[in-house]
Design a protein around this ligand. Structure first.
Ligand SMILES: [Mg+2]
Length: 394
């Protein structure tokens, strides 16, 4: 029994700001001091140990409904008071509590799920990957998601920077430009021309295309070798995805926006609507639901990709890395997309001296107990915009 005694929740500021553009809108970590797009950190206190979990709501400009406010409200007023007194090892009971108390709320659940895994790892002296199935891949290859830019040259420069400065070998170009798929194809052709055949390049229109546009585009991309296609159409259109998958003739089709729960994984498998399922712990509610999706995918003969922008958030990136590291290589698309948590766009302000970094396009999963990322308490105090504590008496 590892009794959860106290919970602290922090909204923390980001000195840096990331702005990116995809077909669904502008993605922005917000101005310093505002609550837009800021990370939420959960500390679970139990038996003298502290479990840490952190999630940064990705919206606006995306399809996730969660915000800093919704996370804070769900954790401090609903999940938190019910977690007090529960056994941290009772993961199934805690998930049931989530479902019957306030269903969905995946960002809030993920922050708690990650903190629970960190806590259990510390309690057992094990890195989280050993709680998830063991160490299958200590070195995780990384993928860089390339934002749309005002000009093609800027977009290709970002792609080239990923390859040249960080050794990244897998890129995903955002697609769904205002000029239609031919504009996207022009971006892709320029990237392929600049980077050559050794770099894997996929595209992600983030639901910005129609069925017929996608099928036309696939023909156009053949000359430049499209390495995968991510979520081209509306997320509920599984029949359309299945039609596109047949037309793709072996270009792997990945479901991302369509893939938000184990139930979605089952529906995609039944509809033969995807070759690859994109796992992001924040959209699924953490590592336990992610492993349930992995089980469905493996049984259905689908591969997994692990994403999650994790901008400026080492703890969030670490959770994805432990998932990746604990999954056999033959079940994966060959890279994880949490590179923006690893200092490439600026440091995590809570982790001034990270041991968890990127080298030659790969990162090594932390091997300390728990998630293996410790935060600087002085930095936390300095950057805290808001703090709430949930205790026995609440
Ligand atoms: Mg995507």
């Amino acid at each position: 029994m590892l009794r959860i005694e106290r919970i602290e929740v922090f909204v923390t500021d980001l000195p840096g700001r990331l702005r990116r553009r995809m077909s669904s809108g502008g993605y922005d970590t917000g101005a310093g001091g505002s609550w837009i797009g800021k990370p939420v950190l959960v500390k679970l206190h139990a038996g003298g140990l502290v479990g840490l979990g952190q999630i940064r709501p990705i919206s606006p400009g995306h399809w996730m409904p969660d915000t800093v406010y919704s996370m804070l409200h769900a954790i401090t007023d609903y999940f938190g008071p019910r977690l007090i007194g529960m056994d941290a090892f009772d993961m199934a009971g805690i998930e049931r509590m989530f479902d019957v108390t306030l269903p969905y709320n995946p960002n809030a659940r993920a922050a708690i799920d990650h903190a629970l895994h960190d806590l259990l790892g510390k309690a057992t002296g094990q890195p989280v990957y050993n709680l998830l199935g063991g160490l299958r891949q200590p070195d995780v290859p990384l993928e860089w998601s390339v934002s749309m830019q005002d000009t093609r040259e800027e977009m290709i420069d970002e792609a080239a920077r990923a390859v040249e400065a960080f050794g990244i070998e897998v890129l995903c170009l955002k697609a769904g430009e205002p000029g239609g798929w031919r504009q996207d194809l022009g971006n892709f052709a320029a990237a392929r021309d600049r980077l050559g055949p050794d770099i894997l390049i996929g595209i992600d229109p983030n639901t910005g295309w129609t069925r017929h546009e996608t099928i036309q585009a696939l023909d156009g991309y053949r000359a430049y070798r499209l390495d995968y296609l991510e979520q081209p159409i509306e997320r509920r259109d599984l029949q359309g995805m299945a039609e596109i998958r047949r037309a793709a003739r072996g270009v792997p089709l990945m479901a991302d926006e369509a893939m938000t729960s184990p139930a979605d994984a089952l529906a995609l498998a039944k509809a033969d609507a995807a070759d690859v399922l994109c796992i992001k712990p924040y959209k699924l509610g953490g590592l336990r639901p992610a492993k349930r999706v992995a089980a469905i995918a493996e049984t259905a003969g689908q591969l997994l990709n692990v994403g999650g922008l994790a901008a400026f958030c080492q703890l969030e990136a670490a959770a994805a890395a432990h998932f990746y590291a604990s999954t056999p290589a033959h079940l994966m698309m060959p890279a994880g997309e949490f590179v923006f948590g690893l200092g490439v766009i600026g440091p995590d302000p809570l982790v001034p001296e990270p041991k968890f970094t990127i080298k030659n396009g790969k990162t090594r999963v932390p091997n300390a107990p728990g998630l293996g990322v410790e935060i600087d308490e002085d930095a936390l105090q300095r950057l805290t915009l808001h703090r709430v504590e949930v205790t026995e008496n609440d």
